[in-house]
Design a protein around this ligand. Structure first.
Ligand code: ADP
Length: 297
């Protein structure tokens, strides 16, 4: 499934511009949308799932404007919103069964089989008879993904799924998504946590204040930071001198001072060694560089 986003703008009635001329294109597999809070990720996702109209611009799915195929789109869409809530009194399996009905699964026997298959897939089979709203945070999120998956959607939109989860649950959630991305589906995952974007994302975009600042593969993002990440060994005095000047990513205490990692356009003063960037370095570098570019403009 090919998704094309063309010239997308969103201005809310109060004048907030959440999206500024966004152009993006991606196909099957996992696509990661990364950006700090307020970047415009949820706005973009709500437009993609047709819960909200853009102010201008279009989203095309296999060449068709989603606004002209809303019903069809919704039948092939699974969505896990950021503030996903459950109906209070339903058991876990009942909730999923209900979601399956909403997704158009009419055959009860097939639906029940699918409910148990999905509960197993997300590791909730043992909790099937528990009340959904009494599950732990991580379990709720997994039930949320099961709810987005029922009915065999071709496009799955997941908004900030790992916020508030502990590391174990985050990894578990990521694994569920990456297993899915091996099938013929398009998954759009939004997050403000760099670690959620992994090599399992074929493509990714970086949003900041409504603007698209990068799109491409995670490897390409990392390439941008090559030659711009350094390790420095500093005395406490030297540390004080540079701490305002450079963008410090990490600080580790060592004998006689600090070992710090910085991102920088120029080779820093003092004794510095270049190191290979990871995606976190690249994210910091990219956001900073873009900020400088904006100032120069
Ligand atoms: P993110 O999901 O990346 O945190 P959002 O899409 O939620 O970003 O928000 C982008 C911007 O739009 C923010 O400045 C936010 O305050 C604003 N915004 C979001 N929803 C509304 C709304 N309903 N009315 C007015 N402004 C909004």
């Amino acid at each position: 499934m090919k998704i094309e986003i063309q010239g997308l703008n969103k201005i809310y009635p109060n004048g907030n511009q959440a999206l500024k001329d966004i152009n993006l294109e991606f196909g099957t597999g996992m696509f990661g949308l990364l950006g700090p809070n307020g970047a415009g990720k949820s706005s973009l996702m709500r437009i993609i799932v047709t819960l909200m109209k853009p102010t201008s611009g279009v989203v095309l799915v296999d060449g068709k404007d989603i606004q002209k195929m809303r019903k069809k789109l919704r039948s092939m869409l699974g969505y896990l919103p950021q503030d996903f809530r459950f109906f209070t009194s339903l058991k876990t399996w009942e909730f999923l069964d209900y979601s399956g009905s909403l997704a158009g699964m009419k055959n009860r026997k097939e639906r029940l089989a699918e409910v148990d298959r999905l509960l197993d897939q997300v590791g909730l089979l043992e909790a099937r008879d528990r009340q959904a709203n009494k599950l732990s945070g991580g379990m709720k999120r997994r039930l949320g993904i099961a709810q987005a998956l029922i009915g065999n959607p071709r496009i799955i939109v997941v908004d900030e799924p790992t916020t508030g989860l502990d590391p174990d649950e985050r990894i578990r959630f990521r694994n569920i998504l990456s297993q899915l991305s091996q099938h013929d589906v398009t998954i759009i995952l939004s997050t403000h946590i760099v670690g959620d974007i992994s090599s399992t994302c074929q493509g990714m975009a970086l949003l900041n204040k409504g603007e698209l600042v990068f799109s491409g593969s995670p490897e390409n993002l990392v390439k941008h930071a090559e030659g711009h990440v350094f390790k420095l060994n500093l005395t406490p005095y030297e540390y004080e001198m540079i701490k305002e000047k450079y963008n410090i990513i990490s600080t580790i205490p060592v004998d006689n001072g600090w070992e710090v990692q910085v991102v920088s356009d120029d080779i820093p003063e003092f004794n510095s060694t270049p190191i290979s960037p990871n995606i976190e370095h690249a994210y910091v570098y990219y956001m900073e560089q873009k900020m400088h570019a904006d100032i120069i403009e």
